[in-house]
Design a protein around this ligand. Structure first.
Ligand code: UDP
Ligand code: MG
Length: 310
């Protein structure tokens, strides 16, 4: 059986040797499996590419796709899917920083043998994350699953095994505004989770700050659902109904009790409330519009600079 480890790499010069050593060990423990390593260099500016090239010279099973600049992890993983060799029976997506423990590999393969097409790691806990990251991640999964027609398992990382046909299915998805986790889930097939504890980074530091994470979450939600776009008609109906009832109430007060129509404060509240609602809805339309704009340009998702052994 041929298994390819797909590893997106962005400035991981310190983590790569550790990753290599750890996965080599696993490969030795599974003599009946031929492992290949497909590293996608996502525009690293450190010594990562040089190190990878050295490995590729010594090992024909090390393949490198080097992108012309940093395109982001989603594009790097997509490049890996597209360059997966035809001999590969299954692909395992793994980060280079050993946060996805390599000892998941044999467990994943066991599930593949049992007939599953998608095997994904689910984090047992988020102890290695800060409180803020834990809470915001939890909120994201709640929001996503509330809005999307195809809920996804919370706290599943990108680390997963994809059978040949799952890889083929993913390759058929042409969209550019990609949220891989949603797509992995969207293709369907027989899937199973394997619990694991996500380690702290082996070396180097995370490439994400909170602003990027927020945008990533927005991308996920807008790519996975149109509920937010359609919601406004209903909110509008509710507000109009409330306004109608309130108008009736004011008229009654005037007719029956002769109360003067009270003014300024309630007027201000109504105006501010409604203009806030309008701006939010416009902003959400803008979110979707900007994604339609990006999508309509039909630019390639990534540009390959160099390929080695593939
Ligand atoms: N990565 C990438 N391109 C990027 C950012 C990250 O290929 O623009 C790779 C990175 O080298 C690592 C994986 O994606 O192998 C996960 O990145 P990171 O560890 O920074 O994310 P975190 O684990 O903090 O979510
Ligand atoms: Mg990481």
């Amino acid at each position: 059986m041929n298994i390819t480890l797909l590893v997106p790499v962005y400035n991981e010069e310190n983590a790569l040797p550790l990753f290599w050593q750890a996965t080599q060990q696993i490969a030795q423990q599974c003599p009946d499996i031929t492992f290949s390593w497909l590293f996608v260099n996502d525009g690293s500016t450190d010594a990562s590419l040089g190190w990878l090239k050295q490995r590729a010279q010594q090992h024909p099973h090390v393949q490198i796709v080097s992108l012309s600049r940093n395109f982001g992890k989603e594009a790097a993983v997509t490049a890996g899917l597209n360059f997966t060799s035809v001999q590969t029976d299954a692909l395992i997506v793994m980060d280079a920083d050993l946060q996805d423990p390599p000892n998941l590999i044999p467990l994943f393969i066991e599930k593949l043998r049992e007939g599953f097409d998608v095997v994904y790691g689910v984090r047992e806990n988020r102890k290695t994350d800060s409180w803020l990251k834990r809470t915001t991640a939890g909120l994201f999964y709640k929001a996503y699953n509330l809005l999307s027609d195809r809920p996804m398992p919370p706290h599943a990382g990108d680390c997963r095994l994809l059978s040949r046909r799952a890889v083929e299915a993913l390759r058929m998805i042409p969209e550019r505004e990609r949220f891989m986790k949603g797509l992995f889930n969207w293709i369907g097939f027989k899937s199973i989770s394997v619990p694991f504890t996500r380690q702290a980074r082996a070396a180097g530091k995370t490439k994400w700050n909170y602003w990027q994470l927020w945008n990533f979450a927005l991308q996920g939600i807008t790519a996975g659902s149109t509920v937010l776009l359609r919601l406004w008609a209903y909110i509008g109906i509710c507000i109009s109904l409330a306004a109608l009832l309130y108008a009736g109430w004011i008229s009654l007060q005037k007719i029956i009790y002769g109360n003067p129509v009270s003014g300024y404060a309630s007027l201000m509240v109504a105006i501010l409330f409604c203009s806030g609602i309008q701006l939010i809805s416009l902003g959400i339309i803008g979110e979707y519009l900007s994604r339609i704009f990006m999508e309509s340009k039909q630019r390639p998702l990534y540009i390959v600079d160099e390929k080695i052994n593939c």
